[in-house]
Design a protein around this ligand. Structure first.
Ligand SMILES: Nc1ncnc2c1ncn2[C@@H]1O[C@H](COP(=O)(O)OP(=O)(O)O)[C@@H](O)[C@H]1O
Ligand SMILES: [Mg+2]
Length: 392
């Protein structure tokens, strides 16, 4: 959807901001450009909507060489969100959001309808906020309006330059989560600039880690964290990259242990006898559909009547997660509930029990995913292949 072919940008004073850059962003993909200040991220982004012209090389959007497209028309196909949102102070939130549809000559009613839809989508009730003015909104709310406005004309491509950089960390995390949900619905092709590796990892389908004017590594978040391509990248992602990696590695079914299982209507006496004979200290309790119900200790069922079933003594399960949840969430859940294991179910809606994750298995899962990437295709080959496929 977006393709850079050997793009270089030299400014008039001789600064080479971007040096022979080649990469490709697939349709519907969210790529984060991350790197320290001054490494050429904004320059890269502004070349896509022709706010800056490359010195050398070519850029394609949806197969078209953009140097042949009128910049104004090009920009209407590309949403743009920046840190200083740039809302018009004397126009209402609804009018601000409808700016591009208005420029595109949409009927006023249709533009406003679309704007209201978009405000709703970014979590701002149009009946509450639509008639307010920008100064009557918080910083986080203004950023949401910026996103809504960029999406109003339904452009296939979205450029975002440190859009959440100016809000406090708590609001920023909320905006990031909202944006991820939004992206799931709208599936735009997104280039997202940030200097924050945490943000890059959280949002990106892939990350481009910038050195000075060029990309040092272009990979999935898990790979960048698990197998940094160069010492520079390793240094940039930080010594705690193992910890960061927890947040991008999902729980897989193969990671789980299979503890003893009993059912709600089993006889309690028989169940506890079985657990003792197996030397197990507890069992997971399932209902008739094999959905997770809770757990039961092998002892601690004092006061049980002769005919009791497991149901009367089962305890609630506090610590459980759906498969696919990040290992970091599993770790946090264990800590929060002071639990030595957590139950894993197939999905929240059905609740079918799959197994349990223990700290030892969590560690193995992390180890294995790091090893898998480290032993993947050697980096040099990947680089050559990327350049060739772009040159083709
Ligand atoms: N208009 C300009 N003229 C000269 N140099 C510029 C101009 N804009 C940016 N630069 C320089 O180009 C480099 C990359 O800048 P930029 O793309 O803004 O980096 P980033 O967004 O990663 O912080 C920096 O060294 C910056 O000083
Ligand atoms: Mg910048």
């Amino acid at each position: 959807m977006i393709r850079f072919e050997h793009v270089t940008k030299r400014y008039a004073d001789g600064t080479t901001a971007v040096d022979d850059l080649s990469f490709e962003v697939a349709e519907g993909e969210l790529v984060t450009l991350v790197g320290p200040s001054g490494c050429g991220k904004t320059t890269t982004m502004k070349m896509v909507n022709r706010l800056i012209e490359p010195t050398e090389g070519r850029i394609f959007v949806d197969g078209d060489d953009i140097s042949a497209i009128d910049p104004v028309r090009l920009r209407r196909r590309i949403g743009y969100v920046i840190q200083q949102v740039g809302l018009f102070p004397h126009r209402t939130i609804l009018e601000n959001t409808a700016t591009v549809p208005h420029l595109l000559g949409w009927k006023r009613g249709k533009g406003r309808e679309r704007a209201a839809e978009l405000l709703d989508l970014v979590g701002l009730d149009p009946s509450v906020y639509g008639d307010r003015y920008p100064e009557q909104l918080s910083g986080g709310q203004r950023q949401r309006v910026g996103v809504a406005r960029a999406l109003a004309a339904d452009p296939p491509v979205l450029l975002m330059d440190e859009p959440f950089g100016a809000v406090d960390p708590v609001v920023r995390e909320r905006l990031q989560n909202e944006f991820l949900k939004l992206q799931e619905q709208v599936r735009k092709t997104v280039l997202f600039v940030t200097h924050d590796i945490e943000e890059a990892v959280r949002l990106g389908d892939r990350i481009a880690v910038y050195g000075q004017g060029s990309i040092e590594q272009f990979d999935s978040p898990a790979t960048v964290l698990g197998a940094p391509a160069t010492p520079y990248v390793a240094d940039f992602v930080g010594a705690d990259r193992g910890l960061k990696r927890l947040s991008v590695t999902p729980i897989e079914e193969g990671d789980l242990d299979q503890p003893p299982v009993v059912h709600l209507d089993d006889s309690l006496a028989r169940a506890t006898e079985r657990l003792r004979s197996e030397g197990a200290r507890w069992a997971v309790v399932l209902d008739g559909q094999d959905n997770l119900h809770g757990w039961i200790p092998a002892d601690g069922t004092g006061g049980a009547g002769a005919g009791d079933t497991v149901r009367a003594h089962a305890r609630r399960m506090e610590a459980w997660l759906p498969v696919g949840a990040p290992l970091k969430q599993a770790f946090a859940t264990m800590l929060q509930h002071d639990a030595g294991w957590i139950a894993v179910i197939d999905e929240e809606s059905t609740g079918r029990f799959l197994g349990v994750l223990t700290p030892a298995r969590l560690h193995e899962a992390l180890r294995r995913s790091i090893d898998a990437d480290a032993h993947a295709v050697p980096r040099a080959e990947v680089a050559v292949e990327t350049v060739e496929s772009v040159a083709r």
